[in-house]
Design a binder for this molecule. Structure first.
Ligand SMILES: C[S@@+](CC[C@H](N)C(=O)[O-])C[C@H]1O[C@@H](n2cnc3c(N)ncnc32)[C@H](O)[C@@H]1O
Length: 472
């Protein structure tokens, strides 16, 4: 496979602001820089935080063990434990962990997914000799022994003796495609570098944008990294990069795996907002159209939760994605439809159109035409648009959503949005009416319910205002 590594020659600044605006920036006087004491490199990052963190961990630890089903307590304990590690580590240790240990660990995990090392190790809980794992997977035993030593040093498998290991829950889970697909997707097929090629080129790309917000999906860091005119999705489905597309679609399933979903009880009132009032007189009427629905995991969850619901359930995505769905993967009642959402929506007047993690792939100005296509198909006073996305809090965002935000800007010049940014995009830019924010689970993921605005619909303003006031 020929992959050019030449520096690209196109104008990389097109589509970006080339000057940072300084007109409204007030300059805070700064003090003279003090020389940084080099000895801090080997001192703990924050020893003074350790006593409080240990005491929090003690209390949270007891609560987590006595209430194992309380995920909020487990997450609080995890957050304290991470903070403790960072407080105890020296800057040198943090740097070595991030730059050496984590990067080679990721490569090692990826090759283990690819060759079946984790599947073999995890077939039962008994310790296994490196020689046996190597024989089963085609590795040279001496080299596999070195790789597994590092994975054990990182805590992902357990060393039970010389050249002998047993699995952890994590190493077993790597053998489940939904979880494991992330690793070969990130390291990429052949010498392409996969998603990591984009994260590696991102600092240089940002210099090419004069350190301004990336906003162009056609001139994004993906084009910069891969020296291609294709956007990330087109690249994934380019046969030269197979099986990145299939791995990406499988990986999307893991993002949602096991998390509460909008169809679970207590989140979005599906019965009241969608099923009641569904016009089922016409047997061709669509109940739910999942636009950019990947391989159909969300529609399947809907069908599982509402097996008796009438009306068509339509899965829409690009042709190569829909083709990946096998006959038995989804309930037979779910229609599969190849559709490009930059073109006219073919299913008119559905009760609901649904988009999950779709708009976060596109910068604002490119979301507007996508939304226009949905709006044109919506029936005034009847159709709803359900947007399932993160709503990032102004303060205290979690690493899971902040990393996704940077990943979006790195791959497709897009972002995770705050509530204000959603209102700007959906109401002011796209001309929709937000009729409610419905949080899903404990996190920041939400259903943002929209309708056509009142001059175009018969829906009541009263209803609209009370729902939008709902706080997250
Ligand atoms: C981040 S994934 C989200 C998938 C799914 N909704 C989920 O939440 O798991 C974005 C989806 O948009 C699809 N997509 C990208 N461009 C598209 C287009 N022009 N028309 C239709 N689907 C598209 C991708 O193939 C991908 O499945």
């Amino acid at each position: 496979m020929a992959i050019s590594v030449q520096p690209p020659t196109r104008d990389r600044t097109a589509g970006h602001r080339t000057k940072k605006s300084t007109s409204s920036v007030s300059v805070t006087p700064v003090s003279e820089p003090q020389p940084i004491d080099p000895s801090i490199i080997n001192r703990p990052n924050d020893l003074s935080a350790v006593p409080d963190l240990l005491s929090a961990i003690f209390t949270q630890g007891i609560a987590a063990v006595t209430s194992p089903s309380d995920d909020a307590t487990r997450l609080a304990l995890l957050s304290s434990a991470r903070a403790l590690v960072l407080a105890l580590e020296s800057p040198r240790e943090t740097m070595l962990r991030q730059c050496w240990a984590d990067t080679v660990c990721m490569s090692t995990l990826s090759v283990g997914v690819d060759t079946g090392v984790w599947a073999y190790l995890g077939r039962d809980d008994r310790p296994k000799r490196v020689a046996d794992i190597a024989a089963a997977t085609g590795f040279e035993a001496a080299y596999l022994a070195r790789l597994l030593k590092h994975v054990a040093a990182m805590g992902h498998v357990i060393e039970t003796g010389k050249d002998e290991y047993k699995p952890t829950n994590f190493s077993k889970a790597l053998a489940i495609p939904t979880l494991g697909a992330a690793y070969p997707l990130f390291t990429g097929p052949g010498n392409t570098g996969g998603v990591l090629r984009c994260t590696a080129s991102f600092p240089s790309y940002l210099k090419s944008t004069n350190l301004t917000t990336p906003t162009s999906i056609t001139n994004s860091n993906t084009q910069f990294a891969f020296d291609t005119p294709k956007n990330f999705f087109e690249l994934c489905h380019d046969p030269a990069y197979a099986p990145m597309g299939a791995q990406f679609n499988t990986h999307m399933g893991s993002y949602a795996f096991g998390r509460p979903t909008w169809v679970d009880e207590g989140f979005y009132p599906v019965g009241e907002r969608l099923l009641e009032g569904f016009d089922d007189e016409d047997e061709t009427a669509a109940l739910l159209v999942d636009i950019g629905g990947s391989i159909g995991h969300d529609l399947q969850k809907f069908r599982d939760a509402f097996p008796e619901a009438k009306g068509r359930l339509v899965l829409q995505d690009l042709e190569p994605v829909v083709r990946q769905v096998k006959e038995d993967d989804l309930d037979a009642s779910i229609e599969r439809m190849a559709y490009d959402f930059l073109t006219e929506q073919p299913v008119k007047g559905a009760r609901a159109y649904y988009m999950h993690s779709v708009l976060h792939d596109w910068p604002d100005h490119q979301c507007v035409p996508i939304l226009e296509n949905v709006k044109a198909a919506m029936k005034p006073g009847y159709s709803r648009l359900l947007i399932n996305e993160n709503v990032i809090p102004d303060v205290g965002a979690s690493w899971e959503s902040t990393s996704l935000d940077i990943m979006m800007s790195c791959l497709v010049s897009s972002k995770e949005r705050t509530r204000d940014e959603w209102v700007q995009l959906l109401e002011r830019d796209a001309g929709l009416k937000i009729t409610g924010f419905y949080p899903v689970g404990h996190g920041v993921e939400s259903i943002i319910e929209c309708e056509l605005p009142s001059e175009e619909s018969e829906s009541s303003n009263e209803d609209t205002e009370s729902s939008t006031d709902e706080s997250l």
